[in-house]
Design a protein around this ligand. Structure first.
Ligand code: 4EZ
Length: 230
């Protein structure tokens, strides 16, 4: 077992690197990959940079070059569901790409021929997360996460994503990482702590809560790593 832990932004993996202690560093394909042993597990950690393309590169490299057998994504997201407040945690049940549009040919939004609108996360990792949440006394939401190459900061766009995909949160990397892991046959998990509500105040809220929400997600992910393979 080798565990990949990834985020999109430096702020999303900084709390993880600060906790794992000693690591070695490798530069490859435009990223820095940090390898360490944590809680008896070999880990590779990286942030991809923002968006679907960079995150797909990083996930692919973690699997193909670094031999990751499991992938955990940690980061922040814009909340859609009214239940989700800033700082709350959501794990993805399924993920979709809200910006894929070939509806001109009669396909549904988010669909690419020979693919599927939704990609499901690993059930065992979700069960583990539910146990961790109970033991930590933390509320963990589960729902659909919609991904696209857009920072959503308007109620109109948010509502469209909500009704089109029944999504509970949105961000810019989850579905591309899901697509990579699904195609390589690697079990994966996507966790996000809410930083904003993807509305008119999303930019200000994001800047205000990026660090604190990234920390919430990172702490939870590391607790999961401790219990993996038990
Ligand atoms: C993308 N990430 C934000 C990147 C922000 C600023 C330089 C998460 C996220 C997000 N993505 C938090 N809130 C979001 C929102 N409202 N729309 C899209 O994964 C880049």
């Amino acid at each position: 077992m080798k565990i990949a832990i990834m985020g999109a932004m430096r702020e999303e993996i900084d709390p993880i690197l600060a906790t794992v202690g000693e690591y070695s560093t490798t530069e490859y394909a435009g990223n820095i990959f940090y390898e360490c042993s944590y809680a008896g597990h070999e880990c590779v950690i990286a942030y991809s940079k923002i968006g679907k393309v960079f995150s797909a590169i990083t996930a692919s490299v973690m699997i193909e070059r670094f031999g990751a057998t499991h992938l955990l994504f940690s980061g922040v997201a814009g909340g859609i569901s009214k239940e989700l407040k800033i700082g709350d945690l959501i794990m993805a049940s399924e993920l979709c790409q809200h910006d894929v549009d070939i509806v001109a040919f009669g396909h549904p939004y988010g669909f690419i021929p020979e693919g599927s609108v939704m990609i499901e996360t690993d059930g065992n990792l979700r069960s583990l997360a539910s146990e961790v949440a109970v033991d930590m006394g933390i509320e963990l939401y589960e729902g659909i996460i919609a991904t696209g190459d857009q920072f959503v900061a308007s109620s109109e766009r948010k509502e469209w994503i909500a009704k089109t995909f029944n999504a509970d949160a949105l961000e810019m990397e989850g579905a591309s990482v899901a697509c990579v892991c699904h195609n390589f046959g690697i079990p994966f998990f996507v966790l996000r702590a809410i930083s904003d509500s993807a509305d008119g105040s999303a930019d200000i809220d994001f800047d205000t809560f990026l660090q604190s929400s990234a920390q919430v997600s990172a702490t939870f992910i590391l607790e999961m790593v401790k219990r993996l393979g038990d």
